[in-house]
Every structure is written in C-alpha cells, then in structure tokens.
Ligand binder design. Structure first.
Ligand code: SAH
Length: 255
C-alpha cells in the first residue's frame, strides 16, 4: 500500500533537502507543499505527472482528504514542509488524523531554518564556556505560548536563543529579553530568508536592533538569534585540545 511521506524541505536553498527527501519527491504521485515558505524550485525534482497541491490555501481536512485520495489511488504522497517538521510543523495533528484513517506514513527530516541561519552566519550556538544550551521559542501570536515559557523567563538563563515567528514583534521581543536580564550590549542577529538568494543578515545589539529592523522591510520569514555566542568571547573546545586525551586520542602534548 502507498504511504504518506512527511519530508523536511530545508530552509530554502533547494540543495539543502536530504537525498532521501529528493528521492521521495522524484517518486511521488502527489505532493502537498507548504507554499508560503517552501521554495517552489524543489518541485522541479518531481516527475512530470506528479499532482501538486499548495497547502497554503487548504485546511487540515482538505489536506488529509487529498492524502487519503492519493494513497487509495496507489500513489506515494509527499507532504513537503518547510525546514524540519518537528519545529512549528503542525505535524502532530496530521499524524493523528492519518492514524485514525489507518494510513501509513514515513518521516524524513530536513534542515531547520535555525540551522540554516547559523550556517549563513558561520556561528556555533554552543560555544564552550559561553553557552551550552539553545532555547528555541517564539512570541505568543494567534497561537498562544504557555505562560511558563515566556521569553522573559528563558532570558534569565542568558543562553543562546532562537526566536521563530516573531520578527514582526521585534520591539516586544527586545523588551522581554532585557526584562529577563540580557544586557543592552548583548549581540542579536536577524536572519531573513536564510539560504535563499534574497537572504538578509542583520547583526546588532539589543540596544540597536529595533531601529535597524525598522529601517528594512523585514516583517516575516526571519529568525531572531540572541546571546553571547554571537559575541567576541570564545574558548577552544576540549575535544580538539592537544593536551586533552579522550577515548579516540591520547594527549599529544604534555600540559
Ligand atoms: N519548520 C520550520 C519552521 C516553520 S515556522 C523550520 O524548521 O524552520 C515558520 C517560521 O520559521 C518563520 O516565521 C521564520 O521565523 C522561520 N523561518 C522559516 N524559514 C526561514 C528562513 N529560510 N530564514 C529565516 N527564518 C525562517
């Protein structure tokens, strides 16, 4: 029996889909893609008789009905979602509906935009002795955020943070970050359309970012990255330290 395949499309650059995702697109009889964010160039990987739906204008039931129709007609159905579907991907509800209808599915991960954005900046979220954790969060919008997960409360940790879906509220984001304890001098970056040709990167401080964003036309499809991992302080890792022996290597230099 044919199946539904959830495939992470990656952040934008059509080469950043996995080989498995690419093969599934080549074999698909039906593709339902998230048109608001998935790069349509990825659809060039599909066969000529592949049926293509843009989910931007569809509701959950229309999506599930098309999946069921495709699978029942013996077609492999690809649900192509932006970045990786495990981050703000609305995959849970789709999976539950498929289970109810006894439709089998597979999942192929993708490169999330927070990874694409780190690549674009050439940065590491987990710089030794600066930050060893990454908080992925968002401001509450039409989708509420549980009160215990406020940006202000996460800001108390002053670790690396990536804030999705919130650039339109950059002023409030900055207010909450400062209220939580980040210093006005803390570095912050906004990356718009990471890995797309029209990508924009703005690196600033909490004190200045609001004005800098105001001066652009960025209102969506951007990530806010904040924390000292973007700053000047860093330490060499133990893993590649020549004086530090570990399971795969003896110490080469005496301390
Ligand atoms: N599942 C996706 C996120 C979907 S939520 C992922 O893993 O990336 C949509 C939000 O993701 C956007 O509002 C924006 O904050 C972010 N986003 C998606 N693609 C992006 C890109 N190429 N560059 C910057 N931000 C992006």
């Amino acid at each position: 029996m044919a199946k539904v395949h959830f495939v992470g499309a990656g952040p934008g650059d059509p080469k950043l889909i996995t080989l498995q995702g690419y093969q599934l697109l080549q074999e698909a009889g039906v593709v339902i893609y998230a048109g608001s964010l998935v790069n349509p160039e990825l659809l060039n990987y599909c066969g000529t008789d592949c049926q293509i739906f843009n989910s931007a204008s569809m509701d959950l039931w229309e999506i599930i009905d098309e999946m069921e129709k495709g699978v029942k007609a013996g077609k492999e159905v690809v649900r192509l979602q932006t970045g990786d579907f495990s981050i703000y991907g609305s995959i849970r509800e789709q999976v539950e509906e498929l289970r109810k209808r006894q439709i089998e599915f597979t999942c192929t991960p993708g490169v999330s935009s927070f990874l694409g954005a780190a690549s674009s900046l050439g940065v590491e979220y987990t710089v030794p002795e600066v930050s060893q954790s990454v908080v992925i969060t968002r401001m509450a919008g039409r989708t509420p955020v549980p009160a215990k997960e406020s940006i202000r409360s996460f800001a108390q940790h002053q670790t690396s943070m990536v804030i999705f879906l919130s650039v339109q509220s950059i002023k409030e984001v900055v207010r909450e970050l400062l209220a939580g304890g980040y210093q006005p001098t803390t570095p912050i970056a906004v990356v718009y359309k990471a890995t797309w040709p029209e990508e924009k990167k703005i690196i600033s401080t909490l004190a200045n970012i609001v004005d800098e964003i105001k001066a652009t036309d960025i209102t969506k499809t951007a990530l806010i990255m904040v924390g000292d991992f973007l700053g000047d302080e860093f330490h060499y890792s133990k893993l590649y330290d020549a004086t530090f022996p570990h399971e795969y290597r003896d110490a080469k230099i005496e301390e």
